[in-house]
Design a protein around this ligand. Sequence first.
Ligand code: PMP
Ligand code: GLN
Length: 363
Amino acid sequence: MSALATEHKAVNLGQGFPDFPMSAALIELVADAMRNGFNQYSPMPGWMPLREAIAEKIEFLYNTTVNPDTEITITPGGTYAIYTALTTVLQPGDEVIVFEPGYDSYIPNIVVNGAIPVRIDLQFPEYKINWAEVRQKITPKTKVIMLNSPHNPTGAVLSGDDIQQLRELVQNTNIIIVSDEVYEHIVFDNVKHQSILRYPDLAQRSFVCFSFGKVYHCTGWKLGYAIAPAGFTKEFRKVHQFNCFSCHTPSQVALATFLKNRESYLSLGAFLQQKRDYFLSLMKNTRFTMLDSKGSYFICAQYNRISDESDKDFAIRITREFGVAVIPVSAFYQDATDNKVVRFCFGKKEETLALAAERLARI
Ligand code: PMP
Ligand code: GLN
C-alpha cells in the first residue's frame, strides 16, 4: 500500500510510521556518540548502560526487577525479537496459538520453524479474545501463546480480566508466552497497560518484546529488546549470536541517556490520544463507521455504508481515486477474512490527518 500511495501521491494513513520529526535532542545524542568514537561492535547482548536504563524503566513502570545482565537482550527491532523468541523455543510439530487479525510476521515466523499456527479469530467488532475458544484449542502440543497488546491492527488492549483468564489457563502447563508489547506506552483514557511483566507467574514463562522505533518515532532505526527469564535469555542469545550478533552501537549509547528522562515515554499516550480524538472528530464528516481504538496508533473503520467491495479492492480504489492509502484488515488474516474493515494509522501530523479526512469525506 505504501508503494501504491507513492505512485498516486496519496496521503499515507496505511503503514504504521509517524510523519513528524523525532526528537532533535536524541539525534544529537547519537551524533555525539558517533563523534565520541562509539562506532564499533557493542557486546552481543547489548550496550550495558542501555540494558540498565531499561531495567530501571521496567522497575518504575511495572514494579518488577529484571536483571540487565541475564534477562535483557537488545535486538534490531521488535519484529526480530519476536522471531528470535519463537525460533528459540519452537520445534517442528509444536502448536502456537495466534490471534487474528494479527501483525503479519507472526505466522511466517511460526511456519519457518516447522511449527503449526493454531489461529483464533478475535471477536468482531471489539476484537476481544474468546478465552473459552482458547481453552478448547489447547492440546498437549501447544508450546506458545502469542499475545499483542496494544494490538496492531485494531487498537484493542488486554484487560485485567484477560490476564486473569490467561493465568488460569496456563497454570500447571509448560506453555510459553511471547508477548508483543511494542505499543506499551500508547494506551488511552487512563487505562493502564497490562504488561506481562507485572505478573511474576506469567513473566517466568514469557518472552516480552519491545521496540524503540515505536516509542521515539524512529521506526527506521530498527532497535528493540526482549525480556525473558535468565534460562530463556541464555537460549535466545544462542540464536541471536549467530544471526545479527549485535546492534547499532551509537543509537544504543544515545538511548541509554535519553531513556532516563521518564517524560520521554510517559508523554506518548496523551500525545497520541489527542491525535486519535482529533482524527475521530474529523471522521464524523465521512460515511465510515469508526471502531474503538484503546491503544497503539491504529484505528479501524467499517465502510459498509459506502461500498460492498472487498476490503482490498476498496483500499486500492480509494488510494487511486481519492488519494488516501489505508490497509485492508483482511491482510492481517491468513485466509483473508473480510469484515469490510480498513485500518488507519493516526500517528501523523494534524495537517496530514486533516487532508486525509477531507478527501475521505468525498467518498
Ligand atoms: N509488533 C507490532 C504489532 C508492530 O506493529 C511492529 C511495528 N511494525 C513491531 C512489532 C515491530 O517493530 P520493529 O521491528 O520495527 O521494531
Ligand atoms: N507496524 C507497521 C504496520 O503494521 C509497519 C510494519 C511493516 O510495514 N511491516 O503498518
